[in-house]
Design a protein around this ligand. Structure first.
Ligand code: LLP
Length: 387
């Protein structure tokens, strides 16, 4: 159920702040994504880092998605949530020995390896266990994702992946490592990508590197193109679903591959963002010298994206009368930091203590990035089915 359809008095029964998850919307989003991928024979691993709330994860697992993990704990969480090990990928520039061993023990589908040194370490640890680790080599394709610089990952200046200049060496290391099996290549250029041409550019690079390896006699079975599909933070109700059809179609059209080659994706945000809303209460209103402040009981500790990336989230007053008089507010939280601000000069219906405020499109990188700073409460959540 959309947050605006819920009876305000019912919502007020829950202690704020809390994340509200619209499971109907999540369900429909997952079905659309899965159908668009299945139609083209594509494999989608859900990037757990976007949201690992148990119920959300359970629903995603039940739809047959794989899991994309970036820590040993995420690998374990995926296993515990029922994702088959053979559908789990493990990425990240800094995998510890403990995490690698855990993933080896679970016999996961693939390590997305980010450096030559990491190849050698996985080989050594796999040798000790007398197993073979399946790996995909993460290549830094130097494609500009045209997104916020903090969430751009595929440029030469970023720490991710093996740079082009080292690929020759990586290929020879792979040939020498008896306990590694090269599955294929992995790419990820950034997050919240709304320009579909970025994915087209990525396809061009993937084709180039696939050919490069094949010309050297290496079989490439898996092409993992990462995640990054963006969502509409400005109009969540007009565009509640990302355009999965258009997204997958670009890869279908522009990725060169043979019948044996699999295409894998790691989507996070586009699957979960629109189904989450942070619901908060107005604690105080304050008219400063130059500003009107709306002081909420949620802060950067519950939703860090605005403070960390100056990210935009649509802010709405719940239960507002149509055509109500509006004021421009700086919507801030209670945390002792000036960056604890959800939006500046936000036009909102005149609000008062006790009003409920919705901060939309918070289902991805919201709850999972919550912190205990200022010794805040554990984050709370409410599901549409609880109402
Ligand atoms: N695969 C890899 C290797 C990644 O690094 C990421 C995200 C994904 C997949 C999933 O990307 P998505 O489909 O969600 O765009 N906290 C930031 C986003 C960080 C993304 C990190 N990597 C934010 O709140 O915008």
């Amino acid at each position: 159920m959309n947050i605006h359809q819920i009876d305000l008095n019912r919502l007020k029964e829950f202690e704020t702040p809390f994340y509200y998850y619209d499971l109907d919307l999540l369900n429909e989003t997952l079905d659309r994504a899965k159908a668009a991928a299945d139609k083209r024979g594509f494999h989608v691993h859900y990037a757990l880092k976007a949201n690992f709330n148990d119920k959300v994860l359970g629903l995603i697992q039940s739809k047959g998605f794989g899991a994309d993990c970036v820590s040993g704990n995420e690998v374990q969480k995926s296993i515990d949530s029922g994702f088959p090990a053979q559908q789990i990928t493990f990425a990240g520039v800094g995998k510890s020995d403990k995490e690698i061993n855990l993933a080896l023990d679970h016999k996961i589908f693939a390590f997305n390896v980010e450096s030559i040194q990491e190849l050698l370490v996985i080989n050594e640890l796999a040798a000790k266990k007398q197993v073979k680790a399946q790996v995909s080599l993460r290549i830094n394709p130097n494609v500009d994702a045209h997104t916020h610089h903090y969430i751009t990952t595929g440029l030469d200046e970023n720490k991710f992946g093996v740079p082009n200049s080292e690929l020759e060496k990586a290929a020879s290391v792979l040939r020498e490592c008896g306990n590694l099996e090269l599955l294929g290549l992995h790419f990820h250029v950034g997050s919240q990508i709304t320009d579909i041409n970025v994915f087209k550019s990525l396809c061009v690079k993937v084709n180039e590197w696939k050919n490069w390896f094949e010309e050297r006699g290496t079989t490439i079975k898996v092409l993992n193109v990462g995640g990054g599909l963006g969502v509409d933070y400005h109009e969540p109700d007009t565009h509640p679903y990302a355009d999965f059809e258009a997204y997958f179609e670009v890869f279908d059209k522009f990725l060169e591959r043979n019948a044996q080659q699999e295409v894998h994706f790691e989507l996070g945000r586009a699957l979960v963002a629109q189904s989450g809303t942070l619901v908060s209460k107005v604690l105080y209103t304050k008219s400063g010298v130059k500003k009107n402040f709306l002081i909420l009981d949620a802060g950067m500790t519950e939703l860090m994206r605005p403070a960390l990336y100056q990210a935009f989230h649509k802010i709405e007053k719940l239960g507002a009368e149509p055509n109500a008089e509006e004021l421009n507010y700086d919507v801030v939280g209670p945390i002792c930091e000036s960056s604890d601000c959800f939006g500046k000069e936000v036009p909102l219906p005149v609000s008062e203590r006790g009003d409920l405020i919705a901060i939309r499109t918070a289902g991805a990188y919201g709850e999972v990035m919550a912190s205990k700073y200022n010794l805040r409460d554990e984050i709370r959540f409410v599901f549409s089915e609880d109402l």
